[in-house]
Design a protein around this ligand. Structure first.
Ligand SMILES: Nc1nc2c(ncn2[C@@H]2O[C@H](COP(=O)(O)OP(=O)(O)O)[C@@H](O)[C@H]2O)c(=O)[nH]1
Ligand SMILES: [Mg+2]
Length: 226
């Protein structure tokens, strides 16, 4: 781990309990935006979850927040091309932070107009959203990085938004292949300026990696003094 040698740096372990508490609290859907002029007013820190369609985004959001169907809201047809906002920790306006479920990308059958409205919405949100602290880009652990993921990294770099890769579906990956999968992602990220150089391998089915991700979010909040 990157900051293990620095005695002043907070250790991930210290944030495990913080992270658990953060995600055990209130969590509710508060807002959906399909156009850039439809965003909610800025409030507490925001973290967003992005990834290819079917990567396991909804499942991970549910696992993180211990819900069965929190992110089902975004499953409703017609809502998939929206940014869905969830309040975490308490009800607005006292929520500690917001989770944002971003519209999936890389869907083979997507039309040109759909892709262009996706790009407009994403770009509009990613630029100039001061409260957005990090984007977690989910990548299917069975397949590793795809070209569309690299496109997403480019977009995030160009918007100067901090992001971190989360591998999903660890339960479907052979133990012997886990380290290699992580190494390959790190290598693919080496030249991406805004990428956080750590990968968490999760499974929404077994819960592996979920406490680590919660702890990472708690550490992020702590680093901002929140
Ligand atoms: N084995 C396994 N399957 C998963 C996991 N997470 C999601 N899936 C499956 O992958 C498919 C897509 O998941 P979903 O969360 O809807 O993906 P989304 O489109 O990114 O929101 C569903 O069939 C899920 O059951 C996981 O951790 N392990
Ligand atoms: Mg989904």
């Amino acid at each position: 781990m990157q900051d293990q040698d620095d005695p002043a740096a907070p250790q991930e372990l210290d944030f495990a309990e913080e992270g658990r508490k953060l995600f055990a609290g209130h969590c509710d859907f508060i807002w959906a935006a399909s156009k850039i002029d439809g965003l909610p007013p800025m409030g507490p820190p925001e973290i967003a979850f992005a990834g290819r369609s079917n990567v396991g985004k909804s499942s991970l959001l549910n696992a993180l927040t211990n819900r069965k169907a929190l992110a089902r809201t975004s499953h409703t047809p017609g809502r998939t091309q929206q940014l869905n906002f969830f309040a975490l920790g308490a009800e607005p306006p006292n929520e500690r932070m917001r989770l944002i479920d971003m519209p999936g990308y890389g869907y083979a059958a997507a039309s040109k107009s759909k892709i262009s409205s996706w790009t407009q919405l994403m770009r509009g949100y990613l630029r100039g959203r001061a409260s957005l602290k990090r984007v977690y880009v989910l990548v299917d652990g069975r397949h590793g990085l795809k070209d569309v993921d690299l496109e997403m990294f480019k977009l995030l770099d160009s918007c100067a938004v901090s992001y971190q890769v989360i591998l999903t579906k660890r339960d479907e990956v052979k133990k012997a292949e886990v380290d290699d999968r992580i190494e390959k992602v790190l290598a693919g990220l080496a030249r991406q300026t805004a990428a956080f150089p750590e990968v968490i391998f999760t499974s929404s089915q077994t819960g592996e990696g979920v406490p680590e991700l919660r702890a990472g979010v708690a550490r992020l909040l702590a680093q901002m003094g929140m």
